[in-house]
Design a protein around this ligand. Structure first.
Ligand code: ZN
Length: 506
């Protein structure tokens, strides 16, 4: 179905998409190959382009085109049609962009960059007091932003913010899944660490140089199905994936000589994001909602699935270990599949979220979700944050927080107003687990295939069920469509309990 207004809307979006890709390419280059002396010029280029893109996204003509499409019953008659969903998401993005006054956007950017600098210094000095006034300011500005967006029907202020990352998600619904997950996970971690036997991490202490690690990482991502003629893998300080344009998806990773699995799982994680980007229907719908990913949670479900459900499985190591032996060497030969499988599935009570294991990671996220929601509501004052953080951390993870550097000062997110972002990490794990159970019903011999390094059927399933739809479905709707059930904590708990208890000899 098409109309002149709809065609114009799509053409406008495609051009904005092209500019956006150029902006992302500048960003990728800045993190990878740009000489450091080019930083000032690059800042000027990026900011000029960002200005043009912002103007296009808030252009009243774009608003008129969306309104013309909405008024056309031939397009909107069937509200589940791809065209109607495309227009709905165009509307959502346009409203979000135009609801914020320019002065507030500028203030958020200005105070956010100062607050980020203040956060860096405060973290280094373990000095919460120095960061406190900045966090107060950022919470205030973020609250104003949420108020401009408006509280969704039947929801709360937090929902307006979470919607930026997870369209349509509600704090109360997230809480309803997180609460049972938190209780069961805390119990599982206690059981593993107090009654179980921790596996040896000896296989992961072998020193392996970056060149060998890179070759092995490439071997793995090619086997998973990443198209290297339509993508690259480079090295950066902070790994990321950037799905620039049709035929061009960039992955980055980082190598340390010790613990080669950090880079391996980092690479598999970004590859999972990259496979999603490569599977989106960008040829036909580049720049449109129908050609774009659904949400951060669904994006993360893809990266976590390849990293944890594939990469930390016994089947994966049955296939990968002979290759690791021949390509990585360095004494790794003395370790077998069971050693690798167990060593890559250890659980630890650690303080830093980004270093946490597959199980405890979610506890770190839940802590932040509860606290940022309370901060936004005003139930929790910024000055009381460290005390409450430490108290809840100990309840969840069973160890006291030694200092704020390893406590409430560890993450950058709040310093520039990213409220509502954290829950998407755990939503990703939950969606991955729920999809994984359905995948195993639909592909009953998946285990046997993975043992052979055969991932094509898995990737086709993901392409068909998730990637090819772009934003036609919201995350919750997609989950019900695929699995027949709303999101629940049960599949992730079944996955973690089923794997970790035996690893810990329980
Ligand atoms: Zn990710």
């Amino acid at each position: 179905m098409t109309t002149p207004a709809y065609d114009q809307l799509r053409a406008h979006a495609r051009e904005t998409g092209v500019l956006n890709a150029v902006e992302a390419l500048l960003g990728w280059d800045q993190e990878t190959y740009m000489p450091s002396a080019g930083a000032a010029s690059r800042a000027e280029q990026s900011s000029a382009l960002a200005g043009i893109i912002h103007e296009r996204r808030t252009d009243p003509k774009l608003g008129d085109l969306i309104a013309a499409c909405e008024a056309d019953s031939s397009l909107m008659g069937d509200e589940a049609s791809p065209e109607a969903r495309n227009v709905r998401e165009f509307r959502r993005a346009y409203d979000k962009k135009t609801k914020l006054p320019t002065s507030l956007v500028a203030e958020l950017a200005r105070v956010g960059s100062q607050a980020q600098e203040a956060w860096k210094a405060a973290r280094a000095a373990d000095d919460f007091k120095a960061f406190e006034p900045w966090l107060v300011k950022m919470m205030d500005l973020t609250r104003q932003k949420a108020e401009c967006y408006g509280v969704p029907a039947g929801g709360e202020l937090y929902d307006a913010l979470v919607d930026d990352y997870e369209p349509g998600a509600k704090a109360a619904e997230i809480e309803a899944v997180f609460t049972p997950l938190g209780e069961r996970l805390s119990g599982l971690v206690r059981e593993l660490l107090e009654q179980g036997t921790a596996p040896s991490d000896a296989p992961l202490t072998t020193k392996i140089d970056a060149t060998r690690q890179h070759a092995f990482g490439m071997k793995v991502i090619e086997a998973l199905g990443f198209d290297t003629k339509a993508g690259r893998l480079d090295v950066t300080t902070h790994p990321f994936c950037s799905g620039l344009a049709p035929g061009d998806t960039r992955l980055t990773t980082r190598y340390r000589d010790e613990k080669f699995t950090d880079a391996l799982y980092g690479t598999m994680h970004e590859c999972g994001h990259g496979l999603y980007e490569q599977g989106l229907p960008k040829g036909e719908h580049f720049g449109e909602p129908l050609g774009d990913s659904i949400s951060l949670g669904i994006h993360e479900s893809q990266s976590r699935m390849w990293e944890n459900f594939v990469g930390r499985s016994r089947e994966f190591w049955e296939w990968a270990l002979p290759h690791a032996h021949s390509m990585l060497g360095s004494g790794l030969e003395k370790f077998g599949v069971d050693d690798m499988y167990r060593a890559t599935n250890t659980v630890e009570r650690s303080y830093i979220r980004v270093e946490a294991d597959e199980a405890t990671y979610n506890l770190h996220v839940m802590l932040r979700f509860g606290l940022e929601r309370s901060l936004l509501r005003g139930d929790l004052a910024v000055k009381d944050l460290p005390g409450v953080w430490n108290e809840r951390f100990e309840q969840l993870l069973g160890v006291p927080v030694p200092d704020n550097r390893r406590g409430c000062l560890q993450d950058v997110h709040w310093s520039f107003g990213l409220i509502g972002y954290f829950p998407t990490y755990t939503l990703g794990n939950l969606y991955a687990a729920q999809f994984w159970e359905k995948i195993n019903q639909d592909i009953p011999d998946l285990s046997a295939q993975m043992r052979e390094g055969e991932f094509a059927a898995l990737l086709s399933w993901l392409r068909e069920q998730i990637h090819s739809h772009g934003q036609r479905f919201r995350a919750g709707e997609l989950c019900e469509r695929i699995t027949g059930k709303p999101l629940s904590a049960d599949p992730l708990m079944r996955h973690l309990e089923g794997k970790l208890r035996p690893v810990y000899g329980l």
